[in-house]
Design a binder for this molecule. Structure first.
Ligand code: NOJ
Ligand code: CA
Length: 709
């Protein structure tokens, strides 16, 4: 049921064309309600630049656009505007699963055709789509003789700020997005200082650059977030920071093997460069700019993709209670003869253990089971250079019977989630991809968690370069052919591809819960997720793996703990969006816990979502209505500061009574001193009710709202 008012009107020259002394010509396009405006101009030397206005105020000042190529002069100057076209769109499309069902896609578009004035007269287009919640622009290189194969050594897209905003940033790492966020004024960004993190062997930070989404609050209190949409057959973009001029410039992820950033043939389009603009922090989260800038669903009916809560043979390995590997020798040679392999005695992925988890999931209405460490190769993954050809994605360990686990699960209504850790050896995975997905399809397995831990093989390629962008996409496309949804860890960033390929269900691409089990830097601080909600989460669904109830990890990991209260762990199911949500703790830690009821009850697929309040890095409160029911769930989380949060329930339907179950921090709760202090209360409410909640330091609140009988 997609309502579509599609008045694509291509009106040549509708854009206002006027000349002035400084700039030979300026073109302009405004958002549907005039909130945002983009100006594109040429300077006297034929260099092309743009500016962005919000409510008439400049928010992005003169920012140039240019390219450098291998064996070709740069495309930077001597340009002329040949013609331009305007178009508009106002449609509503439906997400097959998501944080809301209907998405409004309403923008005004301006396409500018540029060409060099002198020979070789190369041409390219700049296309702006301007929305009320921000804008996207991309480059299009039409087919042309002088530019058939394009080898890009640098894309120079500038973003010139107008003051020195506060920035929530992670370094522009070519290999990993798993750094903690820093909060600094723009002119204090120092990504280089983030090199050599003790727990991140695979990082590569060549420049003072940041990764996207990067979110800022300007001195005028405006919120900006910079990212990209539809990253297809191109290198990921980091943003190089000029702390003196308060400006950023695209720095594409490269390859030491090829020496360039991107190779394409004309015609082609680049990903969209995006700027979300919001007067209220919460509007950044509600913005659907990134998915809107992607193409519609190419897969058709995807009813085989099932949003679900899942359990896993997973946390026990991160705690060190059991092992991924069977032989425990970390010696690949022992695998030359399976019969000689000596079991460690604490291999996690056994048939018996899997059945125990299935029983637990079935008893609690959780629909999925992830089993890590079921296939051969784990003796030789982390810490080994020669990982090519080691992992086998179809061969099970001797103590694990894949078919039997699938059968048992089906009998109990629990679906197996496949696991394919590639150890960052994508060529080995490419070779086996067909076999791996055929196996899943033959067993009726519709989801796989993939992993790319470690430095990439071949050496010199990086996780976020064009070569890997294409690998991640191959997995997605192949997965779709076999009706398999993909939850990638150590992924390429989310850029809204889930609209086109809805089997891109979730991904990691941030510092996840697992760090709390083994990080040597104190784990994720209480401010981590109140930052993530306004940064990483703007790009798409997250597999964070919430729900750790045993907050202090002794005796397994005496030095480690979760730096939140128990109530916050519940709130994360609502706040941190993902269509697959893990109940990450060991089943034994949920036994007899009244708070576990919330995890059983909470939805995973949403009719609508509302960000009620929030400030980047401080706190956020989100309400979501479950699809297909009239239930609402609210999650609120705070950083290291205790705070009072006021919630107005006026979003509920009028004159309808709801039973609210409130899971809130107890009076003495504190993320470190008293994380388990939780209070569970019931109350009748309606859309005139207002709730006042006390969140503890590092705390949170989770609320279920169920229509009263
Ligand atoms: C890294 C993933 O993030 C983690 O969840 C997984 O357990 C390990 N890789 C092993 O694949
Ligand atoms: Ca990871």
């Amino acid at each position: 049921m997609t309502r579509k008012i599609n008045y694509l009107n291509l009106l040549l020259g509708l854009a206002i064309l006027y000349g002035c002394q400084q700039s030979p010509s300026t073109l302009s396009v405004k958002s549907p309600s005039d909130r945002n405006e983009v100006l594109l101009s040429l300077d006297n030397e034929g260099g092309v630049y743009y500016q962005v206005l919000h409510h008439g105020e400049v928010v992005i000042d003169t920012s140039y656009l240019s390219f450098e190529f291998k064996d070709q002069p740069a495309l930077a100057k001597g340009l002329g505007i040949v013609s331009s076209e305007s178009a508009s769109q106002n449609e509503t499309w439906e997400m097959p699963w998501g944080e809301q069902r209907e998405v409004v896609n309403n923008y005004n578009q301006l396409t500018i055709h540029l060409e060099e004035k002198e020979s070789p007269k190369r041409k390219f287009d700049v296309i702006f789509k301007v929305y009320d919640d921000g804008l996207g622009f991309r480059y299009h290189f039409p087919e042309q003789e002088e530019l058939s194969e394009v080898i890009i050594t640098d894309e120079n897209t500038q973003f010139k700020l107008t003051n020195n905003p506060m920035v929530w940033w992670i370094p522009g790492d070519w290999d990993i997005y798993e750094q903690l966020y820093s909060t600094t004024p723009f002119n204090k960004i120092d990504a280089i200082s983030k090199r050599n993190h003790p727990n991140l062997a695979a990082t590569y930070i060549p420049e003072n650059a940041v990764n996207t989404p990067v979110t800022m609050k300007t001195e005028d209190g405006l919120y900006l977030s910079f990212h990209e949409a539809n990253l297809t057959d191109y290198a990921g973009m980091t943003l190089k920071v000029d702390t003196l001029n308060l400006s950023m410039q695209s720095e594409l992820v490269g390859s030491d093997i090829t020496g360039y950033k991107v190779k394409r043939e004309t015609p082609f389009s680049t990903p969209w460069r995006t700027i979300q603009i919001a007067d209220r922090a919460g509007d950044l989260i509600e913005s659907k700019l990134i998915v809107n800038l992607n193409e519609p669903n190419k897969l058709g009916d995807v009813s085989w993709i099932k949003p679900m809560k899942y359990v896993g043979i997973w946390w026990e390995m991160h705690l060190g209670r059991s092992t991924w590997d069977y032989a425990g020798t970390q010696d690949m040679n022992s695998w030359e003869n399976l019969a000689n392999a000596k079991p460690t005695g604490n291999h996690g992925a056994t048939t018996e253990n899997a059945k125990m988890y299935i029983d637990f999931a079935a008893a609690n209405g959780l629909k999925g089971l992830l089993v890590e460490g079921w296939n051969t190769g784990w003796e030789h993954w982390i810490g080994f250079e020669d990982r090519e050809g080691v992992f086998d994605f179809v061969t099970q360990y001797p103590d694990y019977d894949l078919k039997e686990v699938v059968r048992y699960g089906k009998e109990k209504g629990v679906d197996l989630i496949m696991h394919n850790e590639t150890s960052a050896a994508p060529r080995t995975y490419d070779q086996q991809m067909d076999a791996a997905y055929e196996l899943m399809e033959s067993l009726g397995i519709h989801a796989v968690k993939t992993g790319y831990v470690g430095k990439l093989i071949p050496k010199g390629e990086y996780h976020h370069g064009q070569w890997m962008v294409n690998h991640y996409r191959r997995a997605l496309v192949k997965g779709a052919e076999h009706k398999v949804a993909i939850n990638a860890h150590e992924p390429i960033k989310a850029t809204g591809i889930r609209r086109t390929y809805p089997n891109a269900i979730a991904r990691e691409g941030l510092r996840g819960q697992e760090f709390n089990a083994w990080a040597t830097d104190g784990g994720n601080p209480p401010e981590h997720l109140p930052i993530v909600a306004f940064t990483r989460m703007l790009s798409g669904p997250i597999d964070f793996t919430p729900g750790i109830f045993k907050i202090k990890l002794a005796p397994d990991k005496p030095e480690n703990q979760i730096n939140t209260t128990l109530a916050q762990q519940l709130a994360l199911y609502v706040v941190i969006y993902g269509p697959v949500q893990m109940a990450a703790d060991l089943p034994e830690n949920y036994e007899g816990q009244a708070a576990f009821q919330f995890i059983k009850d909470v939805g995973v697929d949403w009719e609508q979502s509302k960000v009620l309040d929030g400030e980047v890095g401080d706190f956020v409160t989100i309400a979501r209505q479950e699809r297909g029911t009239e239930k609402w769930f609210i999650g609120s989380i705070t950083d290291e500061n205790a705070r009072e949060v006021n919630i107005n329930l006026d979003f509920l339907p009028p004159s309808k009574k709801y039973k609210a179950i409130l899971y809130t921090d107890g009076e003495n709760a504190h993320w470190n001193d008293n994380p388990l202090d939780i209070s569970i209360e019931e109350q009748e409410v309606d859309n005139t009710s207002k709730l006042t909640l006390q969140l503890a330091a590092g705390g949170g609140a989770a609320i279920s709202l169920v229509p009263a009988e």
